[in-house]
Ligand binder design. Structure first.
Ligand code: PMP
Length: 362
């Protein structure tokens, strides 16, 4: 099976030797502390290192502005616990990251879709919906979004921040993919926009730049909300694994994460290009797809009348897979949409996967 389905990082690119050294050093030098309970807020050295990285990327941050989370997925749960009463309105991009939709649904929220176009959230639509719905928060993945790979332009980010200030809702800015940029210039975080600095929560993750099995993420939030999240986390898991945090901090001290991310970027850029080069000969005439500047996903839409969910069965018969787009929608689903992930196969395998996909249209 060649799979364009999973949203997994490429395991052959994990820095296994570097991680092993980091764990060895932690266990050799400070084993009793590394194996002990620790604070809910997270390892101070790890938080300081993350704060420095955020600051270097244009968002002044101190270690105390951060809470370490068990993956950024946990940050979503903590925010739901801290902010959402049953019936509270959560605005999301349509389509949206599936596990976020689930988290908000479990919290009893009413999830309201905001229309998007090729550039992501449409600010005029957000303005109108926010005025009508009195939302508690907006959840947005502005850079290389899952599932669409889209990036929200700077002027729309400012508009989103201004809408939040005007209507008094929180912005949850989820950014697990921002460092995986293959071309173009970084776009400033919404969290850096003055209009909404006091009502934006920025989520980050080590999953895509180190390894998802570490389950390490972080949440940067204004003090009051951060304290509520700390209390929610005490109830959820006391703290994120002490030894995993210590090893990540040690890795950041001894290894060059930026150099490692450059290796990942170079490999993923090649894989993205292989997918984009092959698609025109494979998808039926009239299909559309985007060219994401980074991240892990290409979003394709088949011509009217095609059903990507029904087609998947045929594709799997030819030993190739993708994710149909429909489940990612919270409003009216587009049955012709599909998400193609390009990270886990070599360019040659991607070429073979596309030849198999082409057979599905015969
Ligand atoms: N947010 C988005 C948009 C994601 O795509 C993912 C994982 N694919 C997550 C959060 C969760 O990541 P983590 O491993 O940090 O929990």
């Amino acid at each position: 099976m060649i799979s364009f389905a999973g949203g997994l990082p490429a395991p052959e690119l994990f820095d296994v030797a570097g991680m092993r050294t980091a764990y060895d050093r932690v266990l050799a030098e400070n084993p009793r502390q590394a194996l002990q309970y620790s604070t809910t807020e997270g390892d101070p050295e790890l938080r300081a290192a993350v704060a420095d990285r955020l600051t270097a990327r244009g968002l002044p941050t101190g270690a105390d502005d951060l809470l370490v989370t068990t993956g950024s997925q946990q940050a979503l749960t903590l925010l739901a616990t801290a902010l959402l009463e049953p019936g509270a309105v959560v605005l999301v991009e349509d389509p949206c990251y599936l596990a976020a939709l689930q988290t908000f649904a479990f919290a009893g929220a009413r999830v309201v879709p905001v229309p998007t176009d090729d550039q992501g959230l449409v600010p005029e639509a957000l303005e109108e919906i926010a005025a009508r719905e009195n939302p508690t928060l907006l959840y947005v993945v502005p850079t290389f979004q899952n599932p669409t790979g889209r990036t929200l332009p700077a002027e729309r980010r400012t508009a989103v921040a201004e809408a939040a200030a005007r209507h008094g809702f929180w912005i949850v800015e989820d950014d697990p993919y921002g460092e995986l940029r293959y071309e173009g210039e970084p776009v400033p975080w919404i969290a850096a926009a003055p209009a909404a600095a006091d009502r934006t929560v920025l989520l980050g993750s080590f999953s895509k730049v180190m390894a998802p099995g570490l389950r390490l993420g972080h949440l940067r939030a204004p003090a009051g909300l951060r304290r509520s999240c700390v209390i929610a986390k005490q109830a959820a898991d006391l703290h994120t694994s002490t030894i995993d945090q210590a090893a990540a901090a040690r890795y950041l001290r001894d290894s060059d994460l930026d150099a490692h991310v450059a290796v990942i970027r170079a490999a993923y850029r090649e894989r993205r290009d292989a997918l984009l080069e092959g698609l025109p000969a494979v998808l039926p005439e009239g299909s559309r797809w985007n060219r994401p500047e980074g991240g892990m996903f290409v979003w394709a839409t088949l011509p009217e009348g095609h059903d990507a969910t029904a087609l998947l069965r045929t594709a799997v018969g030819h030993e190739v897979a993708y994710v149909p787009g429909a489940p990612f929608f919270c409003g009216e689903p587009d049955p012709a949409a599909m998400r193609l992930s390009f990270t886990t196969h070599s360019p040659d395998e991607i070429g073979e996967g596309l030849r198999r996909l082409a057979k599905s249209f015969v």
